[in-house]
Structure formats: C-alpha cells, structure tokens
Design a protein around this ligand. Sequence first.
Ligand SMILES: Cc1cc2nc3c(=O)[nH]c(=O)nc-3n(C[C@H](O)[C@H](O)[C@H](O)COP(=O)(O)OP(=O)(O)OC[C@H]3O[C@@H](n4cnc5c(N)ncnc54)[C@H](O)[C@@H]3O)c2cc1C
Length: 494
Amino acid sequence: MSRIVVIGAGLGGLGTALRLQGMGHDVTVLEQRDAPGGRASQIKDGGFTWDTGPSLVTMPWVLEEVFAAGGLDFHREVTLRELDPFYRIFWAGEDRHLDFVRDPGAMQAEIAKFSARDAAAFPGYMDAMKPIYDDGILAAGRQKFDSIPQLLRFTPRMVKLGAALPLHYATSRHFRHERIREAFSFHSLFIGGDPFRVPAIYGALVYLQFLDGVWYADGGVYAIIEAMASALDVRCGDGVERIETAGGKVTGVVTVGGRRIAADAVVTNADAMRVHEMLGTPKPRRPLKPSMSAFLLYLGTDSRFPKLGHHTLLVGSGYRKFIKDVTGGRQLPSNFSTYVHAPNRTEPAMAPDGGDSLCFLLPVPNLRSGTDWAREGDALRDALVADLETTFGLTGLEASVRVEHRMDPADFRDRYGALDGNAWAMEPTLHQSASLRPPNRDKRVRGLYRVGGGTHPGAGIPGVLLGAEITAGLVAEDFGRGAGTHGGGHAARA
Ligand SMILES: Cc1cc2nc3c(=O)[nH]c(=O)nc-3n(C[C@H](O)[C@H](O)[C@H](O)COP(=O)(O)OP(=O)(O)OC[C@H]3O[C@@H](n4cnc5c(N)ncnc54)[C@H](O)[C@@H]3O)c2cc1C
C-alpha cells in the first residue's frame, strides 16, 4: 500500500482517488476550496439550486465504472434520468426550432423541418461518426498518450476517417443547411473548442449522445460529486503550495498552511498548465494555449419561462463572428449565443413553485483579452438579459429575478487557479491533443501524475473520468495495485 496525495477535488481528482483507494492505496485528497467539485460545484440560495458548471451527463457507464472501481454502486448512490429530447435549439429570427431526440427516425423528422436532403443524410453521418468514436474517443480515451511515435501511429487512421479536418467543415460534407451544420458542430464550444477550428474528432460528441443517451442526475451533477467525496478522505480548505521532490522523485507536498504531508506519489488535478509553479521549476518551453472562458449567470425567477426546455441552446445572429471574437480572445461578444440549463423542468425541487432555476452560459474570451471584469461584468449581464428578452422572447426575465449569482473569467482564475481564467483547461486543438498535452505521468519527476481537463484525454465529465482510469492505471504500474479488491474497473466496454 502506498501513500498517495491527490491535489484538487475536481471530478478527475475524485475519480482517480476512488480508483486508487479501491486498489487499496492510502489516499488523501487536498482541496483548496471549502467544498469539493471544482468546476462541478453547486450554489443554493432562496430555494433555488444550480450546478455551477457541468449539467449534461453523457457516457453514464464511465461513471458506473469509476464508482465500481471504488467499491461503490453508482445507481445506489445517484439516480439518473434520461432526457429525451436531449436539448432544443432556437436561432435568432428563425421560427423553427430543432430538438435533438434519440430515436433516429424522429431525429430525421426534426432535421427535415429544415432540409429533407439533410434528413436523408443523417444515417450516413452516423455511420461516418462510428469509427471516429470507436477509435478516436473510446480507444484513444482509454490509453495513455505519452510519446510522439504513438501519436504518429494514431494520426493516419484519424486523417483517413476525416477526423483531422475542421469540425464545421467536416460536418458540412454531410449536411447542406447552415442551421443543421451548426446544430451538429456546436458541441465543441462547450469543452472550449472553436467548431470552425477543432478537429472533427469532436463530432463524435454528438454520436455518443445518440449511442448512450443524455442524462440528468437527481440533485444535479453535484450529487455525483457528493457521492464520490463522501467515500474518500477529502480535506477541504487545504490548498497545496508546493510539491516536494528529492533526487528526481516526489516526496510529498506542503500545504498553504505550511504543513508537510509525505507521499509516495502525488496526483495533481490542479491546472496542468501551472504545475511547474508548485514544483518551483521554469515554465515549460512549449507554451500551451488556455481555452476560452465562460460568463455564467444563475437566475432564480418567480415566474416560469416555458419556452426553455431542460437544456436549450439559443444561437444569436452572427454566430461565426461570435465564435471568432470569443475563441480568438478579441473582445466581448455583442451578439450572444448561450446555453441554458433549467433543471427544475426534470426535478421540480430545484426551484420554488412557480419559479425557474436558470443557468445561462455565455462563452467569453479568457483573461488574455485584457477585459476588466470588475468594470465590464455589470454591463455584459444587463446586455445579455435584455437580449434574452428581445431576441429570444424571454419577456419579463429581468423583472422576475429574485436571486442572482454569476461567475466570470476572474472567478475561474481565483476559485480554481485556472490559468488566464480558462473554463475548459487548454484549448482542444490538434496541436494540444493526446501526446501534445502535459502527460498523465510526468516524464521528469518520478511519482508525479496529472488528471483533469488539462491532460489526456481532455475536458468533460467522461473525458476527465476516462483520464482518471489512465492515471490510476499508471500509478498502479509504478506502485502496484495495493491490497484492495475493486481496483480493476476496466469493464469490457471497448
Ligand atoms: C461552465 C461549464 C459547463 C460545463 N458543462 C459540461 C457538461 O454539461 N457536461 C460535461 O461533461 N462537461 C461539462 N463541462 C466540463 C467539465 O465540467 C470539466 O471538464 C470537469 O468538471 C473538470 O474536471 P477536472 O478534473 O479538470 O477538475 P476541476 O473542476 O478543474 O477541479 C480542479 C480542482 O483542483 C483544485 N485545486 C487547484 N489548485 C489547487 C491547489 N494548489 N491545492 C488544492 N486544490 C487545488 C480546484 O480548487 C478545483 O476544485 C463544463 C465546464 C464548465 C466550466
């Protein structure tokens, strides 16, 4: 049994800790904030409950596996409900909306509202996505990527499948109608990637939703965090200042309070672009580009907005310019495309009777844009709410607000230690993928490992939890599997 410290109680940190504890290792999780969860935190106020970040659960079997590896039965701990439709998309100035529904025939009928030709192309699109998902997401997401030769072996297959092309372009080879092209390529935005630039491998994010469904966890995603944390020794309010090493090997950590904790291995879930700061080593030579950020508005209202489903995407005019401004780090958007979460549609207890618990997510540039959020936040908030009323028909939204919270890029920096206030770790581009990310097992310091959105495979609940499987597997390679009985967790899915 080895003594292992995990820095950070985000989903990746908790997932790795559960797996290592299940193997029989002695695991302590040190979290700088006063509660676990990281980006997946929770706000409760005035009878309203919001998940601060992730809300849409996909690939639920990944959660089942992590819980099982930690000796827990996921379905005993958490109640999942399937959402169908997954989400509804409205476009500014467009009467039609598009529902994403799981049944292929019903999905074709939805697409046919825009284009009969594109509806007929849907089965071909799904067929094209299958090998990209199988090889690019599932197989690649479950193996360590720590060498360039390995990346070179992987790349030709992806190129052959068209998965290295820009996502929107690749989607356009299947669909002609611009609305349908947007609808089948926007998903990368919500893991920090520009649909016009990220590789089409991210198109498989749509495919996997049809494959495994889209789910809601009762109590919100935070119920998953609570279940994981309650099985672990998580010490909140205990940030790590330094990772200590001797002779090129980890020996422990020193907390912000100055306490030294000895460890055989350290797994860091902190921002992967800032780990050198904890090691006291120079900045890595190859600079990594952090993703864009997000402006989040949590509104508790005393009336309901039936136009909004459980998940709704509101696409503003000038979508392409909006994305350029946001991902290029140029300026705050003036036309807004937002994602809205209304969990009380599925679980009424998330808002008081007659009200709505709404979270609006607006992608914005990270702090490299130089925006002074203390000065500009109020104006952006007012412009967004006004736009939601006038462009998207949420009339009376402003007047109905009873409780309000918000988060901006400066909060991502200050609360989670995110470099330049990024919301999704590093930007998911070809040059920052797989072996070109900071590795799950450090190459210079023995006993140091990474997990979370900033290492392979990347952001998203399934991404960081697949990463937890890889990272825990590497610790086990180096330190053995301990004496536990639950350590495997490699269910025969792939
Ligand atoms: C607004 C938003 C919406 C999203 N929506 C979805 C969604 O619907 N579905 C989905 O699948 N994914 C979604 N995601 C992505 C998903 O939430 C993240 O990829 C995932 O939660 C990140 O987990 P992580 O393991 O990287 O940890 P993080 O959440 O980044 O947590 C890291 C933790 O480490 C702690 N920490 C940092 N430094 C230290 C230190 N020195 N000492 C101690 N602790 C430290 C931080 O406080 C934090 O708690 C969303 C993300 C955002 C931001």
